[in-house]
Design a protein around this ligand. Structure first.
Ligand code: SF4
Ligand code: ZN
Length: 734
């Protein structure tokens, strides 16, 4: 390593550690050693410290040992005439920097509780998001595992002007990278430059504004450390494995925009420990030979027009930039993009007009592959600000294609259309809501390009079942209405098919092991009357997915001999789960929360918990952020039981499952439900009331407590007694 860089990094590390330690001493005087410190909603404490050192920092007083470690790690600033190799000491200095930065940030959370806005996106008037919570980690981290996001760019500083800022951000987005932003240069900040240019910021569009100082770069590394522990199953303190996991699996790098200060050098040295190189736009000394990183460690003086492609090359990223011929960028990075009213060119559906989507199968001879027709006016003939009716009909054909695959193909339209930059898509079937932005229109985007995208993605993803795809897009009211009546018939038919199937009449259930990538012992057994706990997989979906991809994550599970009818235990399921969980789960009850319940992974829509005092069960959905009568919030529950463990008394499940007949049938099903958040009640009211009527208690939902009644068992019990809730009369649950 160059002496100049090493010396700068070491000097920067001394500055940051001293600064953070002073901050800590002041905080100790102000708040005392017993004051709790934490990052928001995470089970990983201060994640870099926890992951690398294995030390959970819970209180201000716990930081003393961290600062002692920092000081032990800090090397002396190299003397002028010394010619030792500096890489080792500089790396240690970098680590010390990260620990100190993390402690510093935890103190900022304490001192200024509203410094950061702890959610996915900044609201009006705010910008900095701070550290990601565990919900964001799960949701976004999985994209690093499944490849939808190859990695991230930690961008520090600011571009010389707004235009360059936008260009760099869009180039990174087009490669599906997350962009983590912090620090400023001459008062300018990249995140602000993008915001001023009217770009949407936040996790959904992969442009994440962490904070205004260099210290917030530690949030990027904290994310990487948690990803290794959460998805790689690495134990806290096993720093070697954490660093190697990141070097090999997380394709990340630092982009330094603007002259590099000693503090930046120190933080960059911290990142090099993870194998994350630094690419700079200024002429700083380079570190070209490889050592810790796969390629060069520091590459400098790269012009802005080449900086993204250079970074990608240095980090050894294999990025496939989609080659779908449409005039706007395309990829998962644009999935979460909104099109606001002011940006709107044209809108379909969303309650104002009818907008529908349908995928159907035709004989091979009736489909002309690649044919895309717009029947009615296309975007260039539609005036700005219009609300148009829209029907997208996709007709596919293939020797392996079957009707039952249609719902799966249809569901993917949402993803693919949302990948288009400047297009927002919500819903499916006849509740589609589509918005196209003025910018997309200006670039030449037309409705026919929706067809181009769907045609290309269907071939790419479902090439083994279909041979031909043609798309018809209707924009005239009468055509849309006509197709709607035809589509309704098809959808009704599909729904009846599942509604009519019971667990008793099938011999085969399906497994889903998709979530094993981050919860290695987790296995969902999906049955006709129990959908997967993420809500995304029904039994029919699993069956179709198995036929599309026989070696995939959905395998048939033969029920075989029944062991216990009430619990829903079968020999075949037990055998399967035992093997699929690599021996960690022996028995599983499909219908019970108390006896050998199914494992829970992190992505369940709801968690049900036993409430002994009320002789019942509560369940809480992910969107509800408040306290619950079991004493834990959803995040804590999901964090505690969500790693693929079997936890009697706790169970992850989907929202839809609540109204399926076998929902916790062993404990009495919905009759046992004594508490649910109000928002969940309202969301499922219609289906729930129908199901409640079937069991002879039509007003059951209104006898169930919610947070407006109370958030402890003691608070809700009088309400349940007054409403004569059926659970109070049932046999003891424990
Ligand atoms: Fe599959 Fe279950 Fe994960 Fe859903 S929660 S993706 S059904 S393993
Ligand atoms: Zn899951």
């Amino acid at each position: 390593m160059s002496k100049i860089i090493a010396a700068s990094a070491i000097r920067g590390a001394h500055k940051i550690v001293n600064m953070a330690e002073t901050e800590w001493k002041n905080a100790m005087d102000q708040f005392g050693a017993n004051q709790e410190v934490s990052f928001p909603e995470t089970a990983y404490f201060l994640p870099v410290i926890y992951g690398i050192l294995g030390i959970p920092v819970r209180k201000l007083g716990d930081m003393e040992k961290i600062f002692n470690i920092c000081k032990r790690l800090l090397p002396e600033v190299p003397a002028q005439q010394c010619h030792l190799p500096y890489l080792g000491p500089a790396l240690d200095a970098g680590m010390a920097t990260l620990f100190a930065e993390e402690a510093y940030e935890a103190i900022q959370y304490l001192k200024h509780p509203d410094l950061y806005f702890p959610d996915e996106e900044p609201p009006e008037g705010k910008i900095w998001l701070g550290a990601a919570n565990d919900i964001i980690l799960r949701k976004r981290g999985i994209e690093f595992v499944d490849g939808t996001a190859p990695g991230f760019a930690a961008v520090v500083g600011a571009a010389p002007d707004q235009e360059t800022a936008v260009k760099i951000a869009q180039e990174l987005q087009a490669r599906n990278l997350y962009v983590f932003m912090c620090a400023s240069k001459n008062g300018e900040k990249l995140a602000l430059q993008l915001q001023n240019a009217g770009m949407q910021l936040g996790w959904p569009v992969r442009l994440v504004p962490f904070g205004p100082d260099i210290y917030e770069a530690v949030f990027a590394l904290g994310f990487a450390v948690r990803a290794a522990m959460s998805f790689g199953g690495i134990e806290p303190g096993d720093y070697r494995k954490i660093l190697i996991y990141n070097k090999d699996r997380i394709f990340a790098f630092v982009l330094a925009l603007g002259e590099v200060s000693e503090e930046w050098y120190a933080t960059a040295a911290g990142a090099i420990n993870f194998g994350f190189p630094t690419i700079a736009d200024t002429p700083i000394p380079q570190i070209l030979p490889t050592g810790v990183c796969t390629y060069e460690h520091v590459v400098s003086n790269v012009p802005h027009s080449q900086i993204v492609s250079k970074a990608v090359e240095i980090r050894g990223l294999k990025v496939t930039v989609s080659s779908i011929p449409i005039p706007v960028p395309f990829g998962p990075a644009f999935e979460g993009e909104r099109v606001r009213k002011e940006e709107l060119y044209v809108e379909a559906g969303g309650g104002k007009t009818l907008a529908i989507e349908l995928t159907t199968t035709l004989p091979l001879s009736e489909v002309e592959d690649g044919r895309i027709e717009v029947i009615g006016p296309d975007l260039d003939e539609i005036p700005e600000g219009s609300n148009i009716p829209l029907a997208t009909l996709i007709e596919v054909a293939g020797r392996e294609m079957q009707d039952e695959f249609e719902p799966i193909l249809e569901r993917y339209i949402h993803d693919y259309v949302n990948y288009i930059n400047g297009v927002m898509h919500i819903g499916q079937r006849d509740i589609v809501w589509l918005r196209i932005s003025k910018k997309a229109k200006e670039k030449g985007f037309l409705l026919k390009h929706l067809g181009t995208v769907i045609h290309a993605k269907y071939h790419e993803v479902f090439g083994n079942i279909l041979d031909k795809v043609q798309v018809k897009i209707y924009t005239l009211e009468e055509n849309v209405q006509l197709l709607h009546s035809k589509a309704k018939e098809i959808w009704r038919h599909r729904d009846e098919r599942l509604a009519g199937i019971t667990d008793d009449e099938v011999d085969v259930f399906y497994s889903c092991t998709l979530c094993q990538s981050f919860a290695p012992s987790h296995v969902c057994i999906v049955t006709p009357e129990r959908t997967g706990l993420c809500g995304a997989f029904s039994w029919l979906d699993c069956r179709a997915s198995n036929r599309i991809n026989p070696k995939g994550p959905n395998q048939p599970v033969k029920k075989e001999l029944i062991i216990d009818e009430r619990l829903g235990q079968w020999e075949g399921c037990n055998k399967f789960v035992n093997i699929a969980s690599r021996g960690s789960i022996e028995k599983v009850s499909i219908y019970s929360i108390m006896v050998d319940p199914m494992t829970t992974c992190g992505c369940c829509e709801c968690v049900a918990v036993v409430l002994p005092l009320c002789n019942g069960l509560m369940t809480v959905n992910r969107e509800y952020k408040g306290d619950t009568p079991c004493g834990m919030k959803f995040t804590t529950l999901a964090g505690t039981i969500g790693g693929g463990k079997q936890t009697p008394g706790f169970l992850g499940h989907s929202k839809f499952n609540i109204t399926q007949k076998k929902f916790m049938a062993a404990e009495g099903g919905i009759k046992r439900l004594v508490w649910m958040p109000k928002m969940l009640k309202e969301e499922i009211r219609e289906r729930f009331t129908k199901r409640a009527a079937e069991i002879g208690i039509p007003d059951l939902l209104d006898r169930i407590a919610d947070e407006t009644i109370g958030i402890t068992e003691e608070e809700i019990l009088p309400f349940l007694q007054q409403k004569r809730h059926p659970a109070l009369e049932m046999e003891p649950i424990m």
